[in-house]
Design a binder for this molecule. Structure first.
Ligand SMILES: Cc1cc2nc3c(=O)[nH]c(=O)nc-3n(C[C@H](O)[C@H](O)[C@H](O)COP(=O)(O)OP(=O)(O)OC[C@H]3O[C@@H](n4cnc5c(N)ncnc54)[C@H](O)[C@@H]3O)c2cc1C
Length: 454
């Protein structure tokens, strides 16, 4: 793509852009430049200064969406910052590519809940993309439109306590057709809490045809309104000790839950077609947000390193060689990780979700582990205060840690990448046989005896 000359290079020197690699800057449309700057201004001026207010409001009304969230969502919407994640090829898209949105996602990551103010939070993003891609026009009007407008909220319900859910062919909750309805029975784990009354519906994956010879055709996805009789939230799940109010996660029991047949997405037995398309971009969003968090943790570490009040053995914390090295290593790893994720986003834009599978998996493996390591180092430099509410570091670390499991454990991604890599071995075998054949001829031409090590 040619360099867009309508964006003056000086624009990229500002703090909203200076971490974006030049090859990405050159691919940004004028619209993207405007949106990235607007997201940056919003996060810096509207979100971060209100972090304490948000905490106070959540503490005082644990399971209802804080008024501040509603207020900021209205503001973000009015500024044209809603749904930026929805890529340009969708009719409903505000017009950014995955690569362009990735730059926005990093900025949003600077505060855990900033993405929600712009309707760019998980699991909403994955659900919106799913509904935009696979729903009928009537379904879109009923379920997608309110999500895009921010008047409804959804959750994703796949994981179950009774099976290994990272292999979704195991999903066992029963979906049975009965006339014009589906009847659901079984247990689910995760998916936002019913206790928050702003939650409107679940997108649920269940098993509708357990004996189908093709195990990829046994499952179905349904839209399940939260107020349907028969759904019980058994308890709220704490994640690493936090309840993650006001959205949280729950453990659910489904007992004879009846859903209109019109709520099936794409058709019976087609859940895997849908699931495949759902998570790719979402993983990139998580990774970019984590990098935004890490940048913030890193900035805090730099401030701590140069704080004149903190002088163990009469030296600034940043004057110890070990910390100088730590800072350098963090910078290096952060910049390298960003390249991996941006490359995944670009691959999806240029070649499609399927072609981006490997780089998406690489991002998902690399970034959460790196983020936990970097935030951990920052906490260590902050020492006592770093582990308390005096800094956002403990929450950041927890988020990075849970992304290693959410959307599928990283081990499963390593397994996938490793298996795919093994398949390339025959190509190298052939190449090395050709090296040997040529080496043999050349060695003899030079008058030596070829020595084989096979
Ligand atoms: C914060 C958070 C939010 C979540 N949100 C949701 C949500 O909104 N909706 C939802 O449905 N679920 C959600 N989940 C659940 C999450 O998607 C599952 O926990 C995840 O997919 C793994 O499934 P499982 O827990 O059944 O683990 P299992 O499938 O039992 O896997 C356990 C372990 O087995 C090993 N393993 C599995 N597969 C492989 C493999 N291929 N190669 C090597 N080792 C392997 C790994 O060590 C893995 O960690 C969330 C989880 C967290 C932590």
């Amino acid at each position: 793509m040619p360099v867009d000359m309508s964006v003056p290079p000086s624009v990229f020197e500002g703090p909203a852009f200076n971490r974006i690699p030049v090859w990405v800057q050159q691919k940004l449309s004028p619209l993207a430049v405007q949106k990235i700057q607007a997201v940056y201004d919003f996060v810096e001026n509207e979100v971060i200064p209100r972090e304490q207010i948000m905490r106070n409001q959540i503490d005082s009304r644990r399971w209802s969406t804080p008024p501040l969230m509603h207020e900021l969502r209205e503001k973000a919407k009015a500024k044209g910052l809603f749904n930026l994640f929805l890529p340009i090829h969708f009719d409903e898209s505000p017009g950014l590519t995955n690569l362009e949105y990735s730059c926005c996602a990093e900025v949003m990551g600077r505060c855990y809940w900033a993405a929600q103010t712009m309707n760019c939070h998980a699991p909403e993003t994955g659900n919106i993309e799913l509904l935009a891609k696979y729903c009928s026009e009537e379904q879109k009007e009923k379920w997608l439109k309110p999500l895009l407008e921010g008047t409804a909220s959804s959750a994703y319900s796949m994981t179950e306590p009774d099976v290994a859910s990272s292999d979704a062919t195991n999903i066992g909750i029963e979906i049975r057709r009965d006339g014009d309805e589906y009847v659901i029975n079984g247990r689910k784990l995760y998916g936002n809490c019913l206790w928050n009354k702003d939650l409107s519906f679940y997108i649920l994956m269940g098993c509708s045809d357990p004996t189908n010879e093709d195990r990829w055709k046994r499952h179905t996805m349904l839209i399940v309104p939260c107020n349907t009789p028969g759904i019980t939230q058994v308890r709220n799940l704490t994640i690493m000790g936090y309840d993650w109010a006001p959205e949280g996660h729950g453990e659910y029991l489904y007992k004879d839950v009846r859903i209109p047949a019109a709520n099936v997405i794409l058709g019976e037995g087609r859940a895997f077609e849908i699931a495949q398309g759902r998570l790719g971009p979402g993983r990139i969003h998580h990774c970019m947000r984590l990098l935004g968090q890490c940048e913030r943790a890193y900035e805090l570490a730099l401030i701590r390193c140069t704080d004149p009040r903190k002088k163990p053995r009469g030296k600034l914390i940043g004057e110890f060689d070990s910390n100088i090295e730590r800072i350098a290593q963090m910078r290096l790893e952060l910049d390298a990780a960003r390249l991996v994720v941006l490359s995944a986003a670009d691959t999806i834009d240029v070649r499609g979700n399927k072609a981006g599978k490997r780089t998406i998996a690489q991002s998902k493996i690399l970034v959460p582990i790196l983020a936990t390591k970097i935030i951990d180092e920052c906490m260590q430099m902050y020492a006592g205060q770093g582990l308390t509410q005096h800094t956002p570091l403990p929450e950041m670390w927890t988020y990075a840690r849970f992304v290693r499991v959410a959307d599928g454990p990283d081990a499963a991604h390593r397994h996938q990448v490793g298996r795919e890599e093994m398949k390339t071995a025959p190509k190298f075998q052939q190449r090395y046989e050709e090296y040997t054949a040529k080496a043999k001829i050349l060695t003899e031409q030079y008058g030596f005896k070829y020595e084989s090590f096979d």
